[in-house]
Design a protein around this ligand. Structure first.
Ligand SMILES: *Cc1c(COP(=O)(O)O)cnc(C)c1O
Length: 355
């Protein structure tokens, strides 16, 4: 830290991304990327001619992309804002809907960035403990008087709340925005998007990183009633009007045009997830009921960090979190069937040598 850093950041603990090794010999199951390439139309959209136009700024309105998302979601383009990853949509939401008087609220175990943004923007955060079995209890979110951030499915547990439960939370907090982070919704669970028209305080955030095979393109979006989206646009135009680059706008727009391809990918991943969960359970693992593109598992004979480290030594990368309530677990991204067979083989070897 230099002596010039503002003291208000002295205690900031930045987000720690999962490892992105240069050495691609790893079986990479640690950051919830898709094992499949983007749709063929995406590759075609990034033509040499388009690369040659990178001397020009991108469209600050990202019109083509927002129109495509709106058409896909059955919404008006005024109800959509495209962002640089859904992380940026989250950041705009913290800035727009929280302040010194209106704090935020999220589960104690959830996407780690919520805590980081609250710190970064100096917003008081109420962290609501998950239940003993790592579930969100909707009753804990009745009239909290704060802006609420919920991941559904939750991370890193993968467990879902039904639409009725989330709707209950939205109804119980009419004076506050409820932000539902649906990064993993395509793999299972019920989206809140159909209820956008009903609730002026409902904001839904989705991403192209997980179910549209485009983590490297950094594309996300928020959808909500036009007045909420207008607020987020004010944040964007006060921060970075060209928040999406030319190639990402093209890639994202093309990705919205091949629903069948992505359905095939998410169906395959969900099937592999359920198969891998059964295979791990058969080996004595305990798993949460994940509807996402990962499983969250612990084994009574393995320490979470130790299992992670021994898998890594065998060339398989998974994610371990050190938070006390979940340190026994590892989060394993669902890859191809082959990749999961690799994970199981490495796991069998580790279990065979475990004391
Ligand atoms: C991955 C993830 C995000 C962020 O995704 P982007 O790559 O920034 O779009 C947001 N929320 C949750 C719960 C995630 O798991």
């Amino acid at each position: 830290m230099s002596r010039f850093l503002s003291p208000r950041f002295a205690g900031l603990s930045p987000y720690v991304p999962g490892e992105q090794p240069r050495d691609m010999r790893y079986v990479k199951l640690n950051t919830n990327e898709s094992p499949f390439p983007p749709a063929p139309g995406v590759m075609k959209a990034i033509s040499r001619d388009e690369v040659a136009r990178l001397n020009l700024y991108s469209d600050p309105t990202a019109r083509a992309l927002e129109d495509a998302i709106a058409a896909w979601a059955g919404l008006d383009p005024a109800q959509v804002i495209a962002t640089n990853g859904s992380d940026e949509a989250l950041a705009f939401s913290f800035q727009a809907f929280c302040d010194a008087n209106v704090g935020c609220c999220f589960p104690d175990i959830s996407y780690g960035f919520y805590r980081v943004y609250a710190q970064l923007y100096g917003i008081d955060a109420l962290e609501v403990p998950l239940t003993e079995d790592l579930r969100i209890d909707p009753a804990d979110y009745a009239r909290v008087g704060r802006t609420i951030f919920l991941a559904n499915p939750n991370a890193p547990t993968g467990q879902t709340l039904g639409r009725d439960a989330v709707e209950g939370i939205v109804r119980a907090n009419p004076e506050r925005v409820v932000v539902v982070d649906e990064a993993y919704i395509a793999f299972g669970g019920e989206s809140m998007v159909p209820l956008i028209g009903t609730y002026p305080n409902l904001l839904v955030i989705q991403t192209f990183s997980k179910a549209r095979n485009l983590a490297g393109a950094r594309i996300g979006y928020a959808v909500g009633q036009a007045s909420l989206i207008e607020d987020l646009r004010a944040m964007k135009y006060s921060f970075n009007p060209y928040n999406l680059n030319r190639l990402s706008i093209l890639a994202g727009t093309a990705a919205m045009m091949d629903e069948a391809y992505y359905q095939e990918c998410t169906t395959a991943i969900a099937a592999t997830r359920d198969w891998a969960a059964d295979a791990l359970a058969a080996r004595g693992f305990m798993l949460t009921d994940s509807k996402a593109n990962f499983v969250f598992a612990r084994h009574p004979r393995l320490d979470g960090y130790d299992y992670y480290a021994r898998l890594k030594a065998r060339g398989v990368l998974v994610r371990h979190f050190g938070a006390p309530r979940i340190r026994d677990y590892v989060r394993i991204t669902i890859g191809t069937r082959d990749q999961m067979e690799n994970l199981l083989a490495a796991t069998d070897a580790i279990l065979a040598e475990a004391p």
